[in-house]
Design a protein around this ligand. Structure first.
Ligand code: ADP
Ligand code: MG
Length: 467
């Protein structure tokens, strides 16, 4: 066995960096959080090589003096926390004092910064953990952090990165999350060689949702608001009918921090109980405001997880609030007695399916269903194996009840409608080129930034599919 010894500081830093900086999107998250904590009003982001080549974040925030800059790149150096008790009243996104040293350990990082009260800025470069000297330079007030050649000295980490498109979609997600957490801040994104993407200052969260995901999604949202002594909930939830095949439009914020939280997710679905088909997901943009003393944000190095001291109370309050909101909008289907067999089933399902599918495809940038459309097509089941169905009734405009021999079959008509269209498409795709026809009036399809990138990347596949 080898002798026990203390690791050199450089190795310690690289190991620590591994916890915070797993991929380019983590760098972006930390830099954006710092800019937001510094009180920036406008933030500009530049990305090339899916973040491997360059991640640059410029802000017009407080800036740093030369002395502050020297400290900022030291491990456990933070201006946001003095003693442990301060965690109880934390108002900033950062507090661990780890980000800048961690990023500096695994890249070539240059920080240029100027306090508004001084006429000259300062700049400093850290290369693979070793800091150069601080020198004066001309700079606008605020801070620009430039991260080049991420993971150049940690080839093992570099190997774990996914395809550029995947890394870019993680990057877009971080931007979406923080842009929603801070609607009053203007963002600008220069992604690769594409034209810049502007997110102007939004007057309220709804405006930011529209800017990010389009009006058609926003129109399907219900406002939600509730308060107890310990907790305030604000935001928007999707109507059950506007469910999606993915959770992309579910974002939870606790004191403005984007979080993933099992209790919150569970309570959210609990509120929709009985109103959703299986494997479908309503939208949620929920902002929780709690006393910092009752939430622990120091659970995980990436600060994505939080813990509530009164988990149960939060859970019950959220699920009740959701259920009540749906109820007041009369969106939980009251189960009516089956209508008579003929009136219930003839015609109605087809019509309902059509209009719903229109809203699905033309609606809110439903990327996942297109993505599956582009992957290799699974074979169709042999429909002659299915038993003959005798339709009985339609329930809540959602389900068709039918008899198959001795069995009662319940068909989710929305899913069945999708299946019919899917099979029709599948047949066409296997039989030759898909016929397509230009529309007289173009259909406008609003997309989120990340969905837009996906579509651009896969344009040939869309064209081959008849679009
Ligand atoms: P933390 O955010 O947890 O304090 P960081 O390593 O991210 O740790 O940053 C260290 C310190 O550097 C911050 O506490 C802050 O004082 C300073 N700093 C970092 N980025 C900026 C910025 N964009 N503008 C002003 N100060 C910054
Ligand atoms: Mg930070």
């Amino acid at each position: 066995m080898n002798q026990i010894r203390l690791l050199p500081e450089e190795v310690v830093r690289k190991i620590a960096a591994g916890e915070v900086i797993e991929r380019p999107a983590n760098v972006l998250k930390e830099l954006l959080e710092n800019s937001l904590d510094a009180g920036a009003a406008r933030i500009t982001v530049k990305i090339t090589g899916a973040g491997r080549q360059l991640i640059q974040v410029s802000d017009d925030g407080s800036g740093m003096s030369a002395e502050e800059l020297r400290l900022a790149i030291q491990p456990h150096a933070t201006s946001k926390l003095v003693q442990l008790a301060d965690l109880q009243s934390l108002k900033t996104l950062g507090f661990r004092g780890e980000a800048l040293p961690s990023i500096g350990a695994v890249s070539r990082m240059t920080i240029t910064t100027r306090r508004a009260s001084t006429s000259e800025g300062v700049t400093l470069t850290v290369t693979g953990g070793s800091a150069g000297t601080i020198s004066p330079c001309g700079a606008p007030p605020g801070t620009t952090v430039t991260v080049n050649d991420l993971f150049f000295n940690t080839p093992a980490r570099a190997k774990f990165l996914k395809a550029e498109a995947t890394e870019r979609s993680h990057i877009m997600r971080i931007l979406e999350e923080l842009a929603l957490a801070f609607p009053q801040i203007g963002f600008e994104l220069w992604l690769e060689r594409a034209a810049p993407w502007h997110l102007p200052v939004a007057k309220d969260p709804a405006d930011r949702i529209i800017a990010l995901f389009g009006t058609s999604l926003q129109e399907q949202l219900l406002p939600i608001e509730a308060e107890t002594s310990a907790l305030q909930i604000q935001g928007f939830i999707g109507t059950p009918a506007a469910h999606q095949p993915h959770r992309r439009f579910q974002l939870f914020f606790v004191n403005r921090r984007p979080v993933s939280h099992r209790t919150l997710t569970h309570a959210f679905y609990e509120g929709y109980r009985g109103a959703l088909p299986v494997d479908r997901h309503p939208a949620a943009f929920l902002w929780f405001t709690v006393d910092p003393a009752v939430v622990d944000v120091n659970v995980h190095p990436t600060k994505r997880e939080v813990r509530f001291s009164q988990d149960r109370m939060v859970h019950d309050f959220l699920s009740r609030t959701i259920a009540k909101t749906l109820e007041t909008h009369r969106l939980i289907p009251a189960i009516p007695l089956p209508t008579n067999a003929e009136g219930g089933t003839s015609g109605a399902p087809a019509g309902a399916t059509l209009s719903r599918d229109r809203s699905m495809v033309g609606g809110s940038g439903d990327v996942a269903s297109f993505a599956t459309l582009l992957s290799p097509l699974p074979p169709l089941p042999d429909s002659s194996q299915l038993p003959a169905l005798i339709p009985l009734a339609q329930l809540s405009q959602l389900y068709i009840l039918a008899q198959a021999g001795q069995d009662l079959v319940i068909i989710d008509q929305h899913a069945a409608g999708e299946r019919v269209l899917y099979e029709r498409f599948w047949r066409q795709a296997t039989e030759g080129p898909i016929p397509s026809q230009p529309l007289l009036v173009p259909e406008v399809w609003e997309l989120s930034g990340s969905a837009m990138k996906l579509v651009e990347e896969r344009l040939p596949a869309f064209e081959a599919s008849g679009f």
